[in-house]
Ligand binder design. Structure first.
Ligand code: SF4
Length: 465
């Protein structure tokens, strides 16, 4: 364990920041560090070195609260040696559970919601005297002009939209992140240009319903085109689109812009119309199916992943079988599958649970097993084919191996070669496959265009749900 160094008192105040949850939260942590660095703080890697410890939390998943409370009580022990240490909670959970958290974690000095980060330096000063809670949502806050502190990586996530207006029955996001608002298109492009200067090769545009983006006359398709025009950026992705907003023009841009990678995470949640309606998702299964057909017609190399919730209120065995049938039919490349758990304040919360924990667990296992088999079969079909891979760094497993992503966002692992490192795009030939990754050999150290040249797609070919 690193010991406390008294000499750092003379230096800039040190912040230790830990992030939980989704990519939006990770991107918010970079914003928070950008704001604090500008206010004179420096980041440290160990809580023992910090003057301020912040946890950026997530309210979406089950047990997240217990996990964060446990971590907070561990960290609070550091205060017995250093009473001046400040402990703060940021993010969705801070917004959602502030009352309970303040009661259960009396050592907290600061609770700040996702729209309040510009006020953090001021809050930290005030928290020297009294605990402070600021969870006010702000319809206009987009953090335009804030320069995030990016980690050094070949890929960067750029938030283009905050909040959500959809109010799906199971989801707390609209309550904890507020209503939808788009970042100014010019600010998005400036940020992407700055990333290109830092040798970032791939950007992922982020939003809860990213394809619903609109700012004055600029819709998401237009924003995609603007980002693709930035020199130095080789690959562009976005997540997560909502099926309802997957319009003809967006599909057209995806097909026409070679930088937009042929991969889409398109949450379906259930294969039953009855359940989709209860979830207030705003589409039917046949509409989702037709959208997948249009996407695959326009982008034949497209890989698809999805989110599925099992055991939602009212889901019976028949509904669950329909979900399995849809998974088989669409043949997703991968899926994030979750057991439904009720979230306070949501529409479904008061409806209660109709599926027992044991049934939910059984459905979860069955859905995961099916998806593993589908993913394996899909990946095995790629053996013998060549893909361009953006190298990210050393592979987690194996000596002298590198890893990176194919255009379809599949992890490819290949032998390290002199002169190939992070940020290099190489051509690999797939030699083996598991359900989660591809084993490959280097075919060429410099790849051509990121994926096959686009074919012409007319507006008549494609239209949204
Ligand atoms: S679209 Fe639905 S699931 Fe996604 S963030 Fe918005 S409310 Fe939640």
């Amino acid at each position: 364990m690193t010991s406390f160094d008294p000499s750092r008192q003379a230096a800039r105040p040190a912040v230790y920041l830990e992030t939980y949850g989704c990519q939006m939260n990770a991107a918010d942590s970079q914003l928070v560090m950008g704001i604090l660095r500008r206010a004179g703080y420096q980041r440290v890697e160990q809580p023992e070195q910090a003057d301020v410890i912040l946890l950026n939390t997530c309210a979406i998943r089950e047990h997240a609260e217990e996990r964060v409370l446990g971590r907070l009580s561990d960290l609070a022990r550091l205060r017995s040696r250093r009473p001046e240490l400040k402990l703060g909670l940021l993010g969705c959970m801070a917004q959602h559970k502030r009352q309970a958290l303040l009661k259960k974690a009396p050592h907290l000095d600061l609770v700040a919601g996702p729209d309040t980060y510009c006020r953090l330096p001021q809050m930290l000063r005030q928290a020297s005297f009294d605990p402070i809670v600021d969870v006010q949502l702000n319809r206009d806050e987009t953090y335009a002009g804030v320069v995030p502190e990016y980690e050094h990586a070949v890929r960067a996530y750029v938030t283009v939209m905050r909040g959500c207006d959809e109010f799906c029955a199971f989801c707390v996001v609209p309550y904890v992140r507020g209503r939808e608002r788009g970042v100014l298109p010019g600010a998005v492009v400036d940020e992407v240009r700055a990333l290109a200067r830092r040798e970032v090769r791939e950007v992922v545009l982020l939003g809860q319903t990213v394809n619903a983006y609109r700012h004055d006359a600029v819709d998401f398709g237009e924003l995609l085109r603007m980002v693709c025009a930035v020199d130095g950026i080789e690959r562009v992705r976005f997540t997560s689109p909502h099926p309802r907003f997957m319009s003809a023009s967006i599909i057209e841009v995806m097909a026409a812009e070679p930088k937009v990678q042929p991969y889409l995470h398109l949450p379906v949640q259930s294969g039953s119309d009855r359940v989709l309606q209860a979830m207030a998702r705003g589409y039917r299964v046949d509409e989702y199916r037709a959208l997948v057909d249009r996407l695959r017609t326009a982008l034949p190399e497209l890989a698809l992943s999805t989110d599925i919730i099992v055991g939602f209120h009212g889901e019976d065995e028949g509904d669950f079988e329909e979900t399995l049938a849809l998974m088989r039919e669409v043949s997703f490349d991968s899926a994030f599958i979750f057991k439904y758990s009720r979230r306070e304040h949501t529409k479904a919360y008061k409806l209660g649970d109709t599926v027992s924990e044991a049934e939910k667990a059984g459905r979860l296992c069955a859905a995961i097993a099916l998806q593993e088999a589908i993913s394996l079969a899909r990946n095995q079909r790629l053996i013998g084919r060549q893909f361009s891979v953006l190298t990210e760094g050393a592979a987690r497993r194996g000596n002298r191996m590198l890893s990176g992503k194919t255009p379809q966002f599949k992890t490819a692992v290949f032998p390290a070669t002199h002169g190939v490192g992070p940020g290099d795009t190489v051509l690999v030939r797939v030699e083996s496959a598991t359900s989660h990754s591809l084993g490959a050999a280097l075919a060429q150290t410099r790849a051509g265009p990121p994926h096959a040249p686009p074919r012409e797609v007319s507006r008549a070919d494609v239209s949204g749900v």
